[in-house]
Write a protein that binds this ligand. Structure first.
Ligand code: DX5
Ligand code: ZN
Length: 230
C-alpha cells in the first residue's frame, strides 16, 4: 500500500487523536514512541519549524528519519517553514507519510500539493487562525488533508481559537468525500469534543498528552471525549 493510501485510511474509524511530539522528551525518543504506541496512537505528528516562517526552531529530516526507524506508525509531517517546496523530496525520503505545507508559506499551493502527491505522500495544506479559508479554496479538490490551525503556528501550549470551529464546519459541509480534516493547537479535554463534533477527523494534541503523567490515560480520555462529542 502506498504511504498516501495508508495515511488516508485514517478517514476510517475516526476521530483519531494524533500526538504532536513537539513537547516530548527528546532524550528518550524510543521510550516516548513505545508509550504512544501502547496508548494506541493512530499516527505521530511531527512539527518542523525553521525559525523564519515561525519564530521557533525544532528539527528537520534527521529526526523524521529517527522516528521512521523507531515505528511503523504513519508520520504526519507538519512543515512550518518558508519555501517548503525546496525540501519535499528529502522529507519523503526521511519517511514522511503525509506532508503538510502552510498556504502562507508558498506562492503556488496547488503546485506544491501536486508535487507532494507525485512523491507518493498524502498532501496537506495548513492555514493559521488569521488566514481566511478563501486562500485554500483553489487547491481543496487536489489536497488530501486540510490542517486547520487553532493556534498561530509556532509553539505548543497555546489556547484554542474558536475560529477553527467555523472553518472545520465549513469544510465538513462543503463536500461529502472531501479532504481529511485535521485540527492542531490547544486540543485538550475541554476543546476536543467540540472540534470533533464540528467535523475534525484528526485532532493533534501536544501538551494535553505530554504534560500528563499517564499518556495512555490522557490519550484515551481525549479519544473518548472526541467520540462522545461536546
Ligand atoms: C503548533 C504545532 C502544534 C502544537 C500542538 O505550532 O503545530 O502541533 O505542538 O501543541 P498543543 O497541543 O500543546 O497546542
Ligand atoms: Zn503541528
Amino acid at each position: 500500500m502506498s504511504r498516501r493510501k495508508r495515511f488516508l485510511s485514517l478517514h476510517d474509524n475516526g476521530p483519531h487523536i494524533v500526538p504532536s511530539l513537539l513537547l516530548c522528551d527528546f532524550g528518550h525518543l524510543e521510550r516516548e514512541v513505545r508509550r504512544l504506541e501502547r496508548a494506541g496512537a493512530a499516527a505521530l505528528h511531527l512539527d518542523v519549524m525553521d525559525g523564519q516562517f515561525v519564530p521557533n526552531f525544532t528539527y528537520g529530516m534527521p529526526l523524521v528519519r529517527a522516528f521512521r526507524e523507531l515505528t511503523e506508525l504513519p508520520l504526519d509531517v507538519h512543515l512550518m517553514m518558508a519555501r517548503p517546496e525546496r525540501y519535499l523530496g528529502q522529507f519523503y525520503d526521511a519517511g514522511a507519510d503525509a506532508i503538510t505545507v502552510h498556504v502562507e508559506a508558498v506562492t503556488e499551493p496547488a503546485r506544491v500539493i501536486d508535487d507532494i502527491g507525485q512523491l507518493g505522500a498524502a498532501a496537506g495544506i495548513a492555514l493559521n487562525p488569521a488566514t481566511p479559508m478563501a486562500t485554500v479554496e483553489s487547491c481543496l479538490d487536489q489536497c488530501d488533508m486540510v490542517l486547520v490551525m487553532s493556534v498561530p503556528a509556532g509553539f505548543g501550549g497555546q489556547s484554542f481559537d474558536e475560529i477553527a470551529l467555523e472553518k472545520i464546519q465549513w469544510l465538513k459541509g462543503r463536500a461529502a468525500n472531501g479532504p481529511l480534516i485535521e485540527v492542531d493547537g490547544g486540543i485538550n479535554t475541554r476543546t476536543v469534543g467540540r472540534a470533533a463534533a464540528a467535523g475534525a477527523e484528526l485532532l493533534v494534541a501536544g501538551s494535553a498528552i505530554f504534560h500528563s503523567a499517564d499518556y495512555i490515560e490522557a490519550l484515551r480520555d481525549l479519544e473518548r471525549l472526541a467520540s462522545d462529542g461536546p
